[in-house]
Design a protein. Structure first.
Length: 250
């Protein structure tokens, strides 16, 4: 009579439930048997046991590392890595602790890839470095049934002395651009002035029009100065008369 309840208890003890995002790697007497889940399934109590694996995308924060760039600048950099288990069986059988293994691969790969780039590349070409880092880590973790979805460098901390040097360099570049723009403007203005002078020399009436415009501009400023304009022909005639008078005196 006691045998039936024991059998029922034995059967009930073998039922397991896996969530939609979980898979169970089942072993029988130490050997891999099958992959179970999601939902309700049954394993043989005492003879089979399971290791559950989360198949959702997981996030790993790579702690800040002090490393040296290719141009011998010491920087501190950290990163974030997103990965997903695509083969739960490999993740359990091929590596002892896949979480720790992924972290260590990301850590060493980050230090190595920073050492292959100069500081300017680390600061300006993050997307390229992130893609390269993702490919390196993904290649290392692929035999474990793990897919690296994305890697992003979060912060790059450079020495204070280097920050001041970069600030001086940026200021010098801005001053250089300002001087170049000013020189280009002066060059264009000189060309325009030379063209205007040539036009006035060919047409003296243009000079009279410019003088009238100047008077109107001065008058618009509410000045009390009175300006009397004399035609350029009259000035030229007066100059010639003075010249003849001086020659007669001689």
């Amino acid at each position: 009579m006691f045998a039936i309840p024991l059998v029922i208890l034995f059967i009930l003890a073998g039922f397991r439930v896996a969530q939609e995002y979980e898979r169970s790697v089942v072993f029988r007497l130490g050997r891999y048997k099958s992959l179970k889940g999601p939902g309700l399934y049954w394993i043989i109590p005492l003879f089979e046991w399971q290791n559950k694996v989360d198949t959702r995308t997981m996030t790993v924060t790579v702690e800040q590392q002090e490393t040296i760039t290719k141009d011998s600048v010491t920087i501190k950099v950290n990163a974030v890595l997103w990965y997903k288990i695509t083969d739960p069986v490999k993740a359990i059988i091929s590596v002892q602790n896949y979480k720790s293994a992924v972290y260590q691969v990301a850590l060493t790969s980050l230090r190595n890839i920073i050492g292959q780039h100069v500081l300017d590349e680390v600061l300006k070409e993050r997307n390229t470095i992130n893609d390269t880092l993702r490919n390196i880590v993904d290649e290392a973790t692929s035999p474990w049934g793990i897919k690296i979805e994305m890697v992003e460098m979060k912060d790059v901390e450079i020495p204070t002395s280097m920050q001041r040097a970069m600030a001086r360099e940026a200021e010098a570049m801005r001053e250089k651009r300002a001087r170049i723009i000013k020189a280009e403007a002066e060059s264009e203005a000189s060309v325009k002035l030379a063209s205007a002078a040539q036009l006035i020399a060919e047409n003296p009436l243009a000079l009279e029009l410019r003088r009238m415009q100047m008077v109107s501009e001065i008058g618009a400023e509410n000045n009390t100065t009175t300006i009397v304009l004399m035609p350029s022909d009259m000035i030229s005639a007066a100059g010639n008369a003075m010249k003849l008078l001086n020659e007669n005196k001689k």
